[in-house]
Design a protein around this ligand. Structure first.
Ligand code: FAD
Length: 387
């Protein structure tokens, strides 16, 4: 979809801002503390049609682009934090492989339910024993006629406690060192209420309103007509979702950084020590000003990546650069916001520590800064591949 006019982008920001007003930082603290999925927030997004904003109109979505999605993530990041962004993101990049490679029957049956929020999905790629080297995943789908039996373990799979379906990456033939990414098959299959699967939530330090899980598949049945794309070509189908994921994560990191900065600026105006607001000290003010500058720069790089994607142009280097810069700028701002809050940064009622942990996470997942640098070294600079 073509880049939306500035007025439309403002309209999107205002609409999301109005929704966010009903879900303040105390709401998110309570949801995180009690590990409770924010159903009322999800319903509010669904009522406005926002869950389907990145999905094609023919399946009930708005057919908008990443530039527009970025406005939503920036606004939610600032006002609500990572739980809200993360919830919304499960309607942004996981459906990508289905939209681009799913069979017509699969798309007709599933996407309209996803767009309205009637159904939820998760995606299961990561495994405990192979880390960022996806080519070594071992979860195996063994074929028998038109069905497959899946055995293996996945880890960190977010949203799985409530997801109706899972986008599941498996191996269907052993790893060939000559073509390590061949032989993987992607399935979109029902998760909820199915036999042969055990889902266990992982205790984590942040974003606790959205669960992350270990999943054990043991004789879990999937069917031929649930394959996304073609057998053995699953990794290629997944690749389509990677650039949007990186760009969406970059917008999220910027929103979170801006949220933390807003808290710090307010605190620096309000907190009086030595008979003056602490923000009057340049040692407090300048790092906050530098954080704002870095966030602005990262935002422009991210908008550029989103524009290229929305115009259907190659954007791998730009998406990776955006993810790298935005996570650095977001975490840098949150870290500075901690410093500005002094001892009170440690009190959870001030919320700033949540932004700090959430932005720290984005330097690690969904893709680490090191793997972004590996990509740029290899694909952009042409240096010998190191991994
Ligand atoms: C909260 C959370 C939610 C998640 N949600 C999902 C989800 O929904 N679905 C899903 O599939 N996955 C999910 N993940 C998994 C996430 O994508 C991985 O945690 C992430 O890719 C890092 O993998 P790892 O922890 O196994 O790192 P490892 O591979 O163990 O790497 C550890 C460190 O070593 C570095 N490293 C390793 N090899 C190299 C190299 N060759 N060069 C340079 N550095 C290297 C890495 O960059 C990293 O810093 C989630 C993770 C978290 C924490």
């Amino acid at each position: 979809m073509a880049v939306t006019e500035k007025a439309d982008l403002d309209m999107i920001r205002n609409s999301i801002g109005k929704i966010a007003e009903g879900f303040d930082l105390n709401y998110w603290k309570q949801k995180g503390d009690t590990k409770a999925y924010p159903w009322d927030f999800k319903d509010a997004l669904a009522r406005g049609g926002w869950l389907g904003m990145f999905m094609p109109e023919q399946y009930g979505g708005m057919g908008l682009g990443l530039a527009e999605v970025g406005i939503v993530l920036d606004e939610l990041g600032q006002r609500c934090g990572f739980n809200a962004c993360s919830l919304f993101q499960y309607w942004v990049f996981p459906p990508g492989p289905v939209i681009h490679h799913g069979s017509q029957a699969m798309k007709d049956e599933f996407l309209p339910k996803l767009a309205t929020g009637e159904e939820m999905m998760c995606f299961a790629v990561s495994e405990p024993d192979n880390g960022v080297d996806t080519s070594r995943l071992t979860t195996f789908a063994k074929k028998d006629g038109n069905r497959y039996t899946v055995r293996g373990r996945k880890v960190w799979i977010s949203n799985a406690q409530h997801a109706d379906r899972v986008l599941l990456l498996t191996r269907t033939s052993p790893r060939n060192p000559e073509r390590p990414f061949d032989g993987m098959t992607l399935f979109l299959t029902r998760l909820k209420g199915k036999k042969g699967v055990e889902i266990t939530a992982i205790e984590k330090i942040m974003r606790n309103a959205v669960d992350s899980n270990e999943i054990v598949f043991d004789d879990f049945e999937v069917f031929e007509d649930e394959i996304v794309g073609a057998e053995g070509k699953g990794f290629k189908c997944l690749l389509d979702g990677l650039n949007p994921e990186r760009i969406a994560v970059a917008f999220t990191a910027i929103g979170l950084g801006r949220g933390a900065l807003n808290l710090a600026v307010q605190y620096a105006k309000d907190r009086v020590v030595f008979d003056r607001p602490i923000g009057q000290n340049q040692a407090v003010a300048h790092p906050l000003a530098a954080s704002w500058i870095r966030l602005e720069a990262a935002y422009m790089v991210t908008q550029n990546a989103a524009r290229l994607f929305d115009e259907g142009k190659p954007c791998g280097p730009e998406a990776n650069a955006a993810k790298f810069l935005a996570s650095e700028a977001g975490f840098g701002a949150a870290d500075q916001a901690m410093q500005s809050h002094g001892g009170f940064s440690m009190a959870t009622e001030y919320h700033v520590s949540r932004f700090w942990m959430e932005t720290r996470h984005l330097k690690i997942a969904p893709i680490s800064q090191e793997m972004v640098l590996n990509y740029v070294s290899d694909k952009v600079l042409g240096l010998p591949r190191s991994y």
